[in-house]
Write a new protein. Structure first.
Lengths: 163, 825
């Protein structure tokens, strides 16, 4: 086993420093070392996107990022996006529009979708579909996910106007 | 107490948000892979790289020396297991040849991915490293891949000891086929391939086995925890009383989590051996090679019709590629195709024969729809083919042969009685959404465009299915031959404070049944759904149950809960009557109160009644304290959902690329408990079938090597590959249960694939394509066009064992990941 490497990063606002194997994946740092199990693993080949988190404000697939690459970074996982009683508009919209069934792809889907509307506050249906093409869902047929994302974008725009 | 037997429904029918969601949208779901036990070890599995071979040696010495490794085990080590993996179908009068499958291979391997050895150790990454130090030597044997060649005289054998590659032959029929052909003016025959697919829930399979001093607890990604407990009890020689199986949040199943798998047995065995909890998490590649596959039938179908469109008979012989071993329900799945071989139609003469074939592949078993998508697919393809042969409108042909509404309950020629239906009604409703005349004008304009012609087509599927598994006397040992009952258990427990725990023997894994069940129970006991907690999937928490599959959970599990809830309400009414000094028959449940008829002010809430029941100072003479009831409900019949779907596609004749531009569905699963949940099931079901029709295919090469072993090669549809859907419903109650409900979990998948294929053929008829098999990859469609125009093209896309290029199983061009690799990643 290679010599452990020190990694310091901020996860959901909390500063964390760990000695890790150089090959440790970010998703395993989050799940196994920090106990943040909301980020899931579904495919091992970066196709399904269940492991999507925000790394310095960008959506990334955390199964394709080494923990050491996140040294010095700010990571937001689903647990840091919003919480019960203080839901992010995207979480609220997934609930309202039945955008999840088994819930396994949901954290990654929500992280990818919230990244989209941060960059493109008024996406078309086609833009939503293409932005989510790297996140697979087997349950919903995507219909209600797309509906939820469009609705969250609208809610966010409205909030922006009123604020 | 009529008022309580038929309570006013306040919550049932509402499109409520799900109770399950708050934890899942915040990352607080509880999936098996999220769990860690102290002292837990990890397991990695060494799998066969050969499709068929004798194992000449396994060298585990290096792996055993690896840091943190507690054990390396092979098939020999597990010699003390009492029985091989179960297969549960013993049909009376039919012999099913069933090769023994042990959790770890014993001297020979029969498919790529078969478990050969395991490494168990302290580090998740370390066991994978150590597994690479296990050296297995194989002596390869001839491989049998093509199921039709496997049946031919003199074929190589997968299992020498069986002396054949055919497992069984099972038939169902009615009427007389000679009469069918004698009365027919046209007879149309086709070879319809329903290729192999992977269920592919996004959550892979996971188990954590923890054996402590005679007690075994297994957390498992299962649709079927109670049966798994029964099987493991036998295999490991541990009493059912001492085993607890828990399926917490399960990340989708689609049928593949019904079966009992080797890894959970090995983990439990190893936990006992090593006195440590053992966790195994499947990789996606393991899922593709070693979790059951679905479909894989070649259907030789023949349909006769009179000139006026009256169908005189339908005959089908299905060659069913079952793979190398049989898992829990493997050989039974094709029989389900036979149960619905009459479709929505009055067909006097029917004959269906399934021939099971062993090949050097992973087993097939139940995948969303399980035999019924295969039936709808071939029947609905044939309706279009026969209409074309007769020169008749496709929908007129369907209407002419539909079982009319007034015939229900309707017995079809194979002897099954459909509970209720209105097939004309659903097609009429569909055509209210789809203006066919306008479509034909648009189609002609697009086709005749001078510079950019587009081939647009419309396809239909008028479908029905059989679900709500199942009346035990029909499906059980002396009936169809499954070695189980198919009732469902429930407990409704009102706590002293009036809130409710509802326990179901089903094992939902995404369907939203916590919400739907709470709605059903709330109305019946007189409370609100937020005060009803629904529990399931834990063998330690309630009575024996049969799990979630076959669209059974609402029609059987929900009805069971409804009955327990009514029993609770009846007891509550007696308590209220006693306390209010009224006659029990004068108590009605109105607006959440057990009140005296005519005096709505005089009444008790459920909480007040529960208080009286648990502090039993003033109960009717002889009544036991407490407020809790149990039901084991065994249905009288199956239920039979139905509907009509239309799909519109654009086909690029230059490249073969297909775009689904519009999809409209009308489905009928009886009265809605929660319309939101129904829509969600239909959307997901349709996309599952679109995936099979257009992209997905499990592909083995001629050496039995799995070519589609990851999501890079096996193409699930993404959001960019499918449209939004227009869904509508009709509501025809089932007379089978008091809720009137039918299942909906598999409906979309059972319905959709022929609508897509018929649409593509409709688009391409002008260029000469009159028939095509799935999957409709760009390569397959382009080849069909070339062939229709007399140009040389590669072979039959449905044929097994060809080259990769021949099949283009969804990678380049047709792959769903092509439009974008995801949100700015």
């Amino acid at each position: 086993m290679a010599r452990p490497v020190r990694v310091s990063l901020r996860v959901n606002g909390v500063k964390q420093t760990r000695e890790v194997e150089p090959r440790l994946l970010l998703v395993h740092l989050l799940r196994d070392t920090l106990g943040l199990t909301g980020t899931h693993v579904g495919c091992d080949t970066s196709n399904c996107g269940a492991c999507t988190v925000h790394l310095d404000g960008q959506a990334v697939k955390s199964c394709t990022v080494l923990a050491v690459q996140a040294d010095g970074a700010e990571v937001t996982s689903i647990e840091g996006l919003g919480s019960e009683g203080d839901l992010h508009p995207m979480q609220e919209a997934f609930w309202e529009h039945h955008g999840l069934q088994c819930g396994y792809c949901t954290p990654g889907m929500i992280m990818a979708a919230s990244d989209l509307i941060a960059k493109n506050p008024d996406p078309s249906e086609q833009e939503v579909r293409e932005a989510l093409a790297g996140n697979l869902c087997r349950c919903t047929g995507y219909h209600n996910i797309v509906k939820a994302v469009l609705s969250a974008a609208e809610a966010t725009r409205r909030q922006g106007v009123s604020a | 107490m009529t008022a309580i037997e038929q309570p006013a429904e306040k919550w049932v029918g509402q499109a409520m948000r799900r109770k399950e969601d708050p934890r899942m949208i915040t990352g607080r779901g509880r999936y098996v892979d999220d769990m860690v036990l102290s002292g837990m070890l990890y397991m990695a599995v060494i799998r066969s790289t050969e499709a068929h071979a004798n194992i000449t040696s396994i060298d585990t010495s290096a792996a055993k020396e690896y840091e943190g490794v507690h054990g390396v085990f092979t098939g020999e080590d597990l010699h003390d297991l009492a029985s091989p993996m179960p297969m549960a179908w013993v049909p009376p009068g039919v012999e099913v040849k069933t090769p023994e499958l042990w959790p770890l291979a014993r001297g020979e391997v029969k498919y790529v991915g078969q478990a050969v050895a395991v490494v168990i150790g302290e580090s998740k990454y370390g066991v994978v490293d150590a597994a690479e130090q296990v050296f297995v030597e194989y002596d390869p044997l001839p491989v049998v891949c093509d199921p039709e060649e496997a049946l031919a005289e003199g074929s190589q054998l997968c299992h020498e000891s069986l002396g054949t590659n055919q497992t069984h032959e099972w038939s169902i029929g009615g009427g007389d086929m000679d009469t069918a052909w004698a009365e027919a003016d046209v007879v149309v025959e086709r070879r319809i391939v329903n290729h192999r697919t992977a269920g592919s829930p996004i959550e892979p399979r996971v188990c954590i086995a923890d054996y402590r001093a005679g007690q075994l607890t297994v957390h498992l990604t299962s649709q079927n925890p109670h049966l798994i407990r029964l099987f493991m009890s036998g295999e490991l020689g541990i009493g059912e009383d001492s085993i607890r199986i828990i399926a917490p949040d399960v990340g989708g199943g689609f049928g593949v989590k019904i079966a009992h798998y080797p890894e959970e047995v090995i983990a439990a065995w190893a936990s006992r051996k090593l006195s440590r909890p053992v966790k195994w998490t499947e990789t996606r590649s393991e899922h593709m090679s070693s979790t059951i596959h679905g479909r894989d039938q070649i259907d030789y179908i023949k349909v006769g019709a009179k000139r006026d469109g009256t169908i005189t008979g339908l005959e089908c012989t299905a060659i069913c590629d079952l793979g190398a071993y049989q898992t829990l329900l493997t050989p039974f799945i094709p029989s389900f195709t036979g149960f619905v071989i009459s479709g929505c139609y009055k067909i006097p003469n029917l004959s269906f024969t399934a021939k099971g074939v062993i090949t050097n592949k992973m087993a097939t078993d139940a995948t969303r729809g399980a035999g019924r998508p295969e039936a709808t697919h071939m029947i609905e393809i044939m309706m279009d083919q026969v209409a074309a042969e007769l020169g008749m409108d496709r929908l007129e042909l369907r209407r002419k042969n539909f079982i009319p509404k007034e015939d229900f309950p309707a017995e079809v020629a194979i002897g099954i009685v459909y509970d209720s239906g209105d097939y004309h009604g659903s097609l009429d409703r569909l055509l209210e959404h789809v203006d066919l005349e306008a479509f034909r004008r648009e189609q002609a304009e697009l086709r005749n465009h001078p510079t950019h012609p587009i081939h647009r087509g419309i396809g239909f599927s008028t479908w029905m299915e059989i679900c709500g598994l199942a009346p035990s006397r029909v499906v059980g040992p002396s009936g169809v031959g499954l070695q189980a009952g198919f009732y469902e258990s429930s407990v409704v427990r009102v706590h002293a404070s009036g809130s409710v725990t509802a326990y179901s023997g089903t094992a939902p894994h995404g369907q939203g049944l916590d919400t739907a069940f709470a709605q059903v129970v709330a109305d019946r006991v007189g409370t609100t759904p937020d005060l009803v907690d629904v529990q399931h999937g834990d063998t330690g928490a309630g009575p024996f149950g049969l799990g979630t599959y076959g669209s059974r959970s609402l029609a059987v599990g929900g009805e069971s809960l409804a009955r327990s809830a009514i029993k609770v309400a009846e007891k509550a009414a007696k308590i209220a009557a006693h306390q209010l000094e009224a006659a029990p028959e004068d108590i009605e449940l109105v607006n959440g109160k057990y009140s005296v008829k005519g005096s709505p002010d005089k009444g008790m809430t459920l909480a007040e009644v529960a208080g009286a029941a648990y502090v039993p100072e003033n109960l009717p003479e002889g009544m036991e304290p407490g407020l809790e009831e149990t039901t084991f409900y065994d249905p009288e019949n199956f239920v039979f959902p139905f509907g009509a779907h239309a799909c519109i596609v654009d086909v690029d004749a230059e490249t073969g690329k297909i775009d689904v531009v519009r999809y409209v569905s009308v489905d009928d699963c009886g009265p809605a408990i929660n319309p939101k949940l129904i829509e969600g099931q239909i959307h997901g079901g349709i996309v599952h079938a679109l995936g099979q029709a257009l992209y997905e295919r499990i592909h083995y090469d001629e050496n039995g090597q799995l070519v589609t072993g990851t999501f890079v090669d096996y193409a699930l549809p993404s959001a960019a590959d499918v449209p939004s859907f227009e869904t509508d419903r009709t509501e025809t109650p089932s007379p089978v249960n008091s809720l009137g409900v039918k299942g909906v979990g598999e409906a979309g998948t059972i319905a959709a694939s022929p609508a897509v294929v018929n649409a593509v053929v409709d688009a391409l008829r002008p260029v000469g394509v009159t028939f095509i098999n799935m999957p409709l990859s760009t390569q397959a469609v382009w080849s069909a066009i070339q062939e229709a125009q007399g140009k040389p093209a590669p072979g039959d896309p449905g044929k097994q064992g060809g080259t990769w290029d021949e099949h283009g199983s969804g990678s380049a061009g047709s792959g769903p990941t092509s439009p974008s690799e995801g949100g700015g990643l």
